[in-house]
Design a protein around this ligand. Structure first.
Ligand code: PFF
Length: 467
């Protein structure tokens, strides 16, 4: 718990004050686990495989890897760095750094946009995680044993059509998120990730092992990794870059909030590489767990967002011990989603904890309740309000919230953070905080945050809005 445990009370405010002596994370490993937990989520296990599938496999995967390296890692370094410099929640952090380096606290607005976006994302993230939660008992009870694609699609459709069911699963997931965040950084998030993350990796590896034996592994590996640049289009690059930000939890102040708890002696560049590496490894591993099964059962890799929820139960239903493996897989998704949803709520709690006297428990419950209520828009988007289509073209309220956060708020937040780190902060302040010697690595980082990241992000946002 930030305030009550005294970490931030003893921390510097940013304006030349004494820096926090005690690290908020009990160890470097605990911090890395938490940050990896934030990065690895539905974005890796649900979204990455289906986007790779609709993007033609290796073309998407290779461009995605490029985006992670050229834009993802530098912006991740920037967020962690700014968080640690300020030792505050994202809004106060950006305001105080803005006052100190840019002459205006208006930079706090970056934190405001990020925190609002994070709570909005949490509202639908929780609903999708609720689908995964709903699938755990379905798989465990053998619902999909011997099911064909039609029966699986029907089951998924039935889940979406039932507002009461979606409401309950969404509520259960959000309640779990609130309980973890309420108990604070050390006792809550850290314990959760220390136990859940290794479990997550273990489950992924078991599934890849299973897929290697029971699925068409060679075809999946070729599909994901044989370079085919003929399929690379501007749209694909844009989709891959957007996915890279989302997957690395960038642009919302989440990594900034986690950076605020980062011990002084931890190397940010090295940590950023470890986080991005683990996140990417998880996405690729998820792909290697899913596509062998898809190909072995002659299913469509370009199925779209339904890939996990419609396709895999069919595959699991046809396999020996499929119910067991399917159950494990959906537990895995819920676990991954939980360590990410915690990171969506934490920045908002930390931000308001700095600025109000309400206390962490009340803030967590209040913000959780807001996300829960707002999540009803997503719940009803799939059933009773499915014909409310503010964007036209069959796009529902859920699509609207997704669109505003993913296409506007995340790119905007990431751009402004890159601009602040590259242009406003000052060369030396940034270099010292990153712990880099003067030279090529620092120069490369600076070039990437000054030019490549803002340009890439603005192009993404522009193309998404205009195109
Ligand atoms: N990175 C998470 C995922 O891939 O599912 C989603 C996410 C979590 C985005 C936390 C942003 C964030 F602040």
């Amino acid at each position: 718990m930030v305030g009550a445990e005294g970490g931030l009370d003893r921390a510097g405010a940013g304006d030349g004050a004494v820096r926090a002596a005690p690290p908020m994370w009990s160890s470097r490993l605990a911090f890395i686990l938490a940050a990896v937990g934030s990065a690895v989520g539905l974005g890796n296990i649900w979204k990455f495989p289906y986007m790779a599938g609709t993007g033609g496999g290796s073309a998407f995967v290779l461009v995605y890897l490029g985006c992670v390296l050229l834009v993802g890692v530098p912006v991740l370094m920037s967020e962690l760095m700014l968080g640690r410099m300020a030792r505050k929640g994202p809004i106060t952090a950006m305001a105080s750094l803005g006052r100190r380096f840019g002459g205006t606290p208006a930079w706090g607005l970056v934190g405001v946009v990020g925190v609002v976006a994070a709570v909005l994302i949490l509202s639908f993230y929780s609903v999708v995680a609720g689908w995964a939660l709903a699938y755990v008992p379905k798989l465990a009870s053998g619902t999909f044993a011997g099911a064909d694609a039609a029966r699986s699609a029907e089951a998924f459709g039935a889940l979406l059509a039932d507002p009461a069911g979606l409401f309950l699963w969404h509520s259960a997931f959000l309640l779990a998120t609130v309980l973890i965040v309420m108990r604070g950084v050390r006792s809550g998030i850290e314990v959760a990730v220390t136990w859940l993350m290794p479990l997550l990796f273990l489950m992924l590896l078991v599934l890849v092992g299973y897929a290697a034996v029971a699925g068409d592994f060679a075809r999946a590996a070729g599909y994901l990794f044989t370079p085919d640049f003929s399929k690379v289009t501007p749209e694909l690059v844009i989709a891959a870059a957007g996915q890279a930000f989302f997957s690395l939890s960038l642009g919302l102040g989440a990594m900034l909030a986690y950076g605020a708890y980062l011990p002084e002696d931890v190397s940010i560049p090295r940590t950023a590489v470890v986080i991005a590496g683990a996140d990417t490894l998880c996405a690729l591993t998820a792909g290697l767990a899913i596509f062998p099964i898809v190909f072995a059962h002659d299913l469509d890799p370009a199925e779209g967002p339904g890939l996990v929820f419609v396709t895999l139960p069919v595959a699991f239903g046809g396999m020996p011990f499929g119910s067991l493996f399917g159950t494990v897989f959906f537990v895995l998704i819920v676990v991954a989603a939980l360590t990410s949803s915690v990171a969506l709520l934490e920045p908002a709690v930390a931000a308001l904890d700095d600025r109000t006297r309400l206390g962490r428990v009340r803030l967590t419950v209040g913000l959780g309740a807001f996300a829960w209520l707002f999540g009803l828009l997503t719940v009803f988007s799939f059933n009773i309000w499915s014909d409310v289509q503010p964007l036209g073209d069959g796009r529902t309220l859920f699509d609207l919230i997704d669109w505003i956060t993913a296409n506007l708020m995340i790119p905007l937040g990431a751009t402004l953070i890159a601009v602040f780190a590259g242009w406003v902060l000052g060369r030396e302040a940034g270099r010292l905080e990153l712990g880099l010697p003067p030279g090529a690595v620092h120069g490369l980082w600076l070039a990437l945050v000054r030019y490549v990241a803002p340009l890439a992000i603005l192009v993404i946002a522009w193309r998404k809005i205009v195109g």
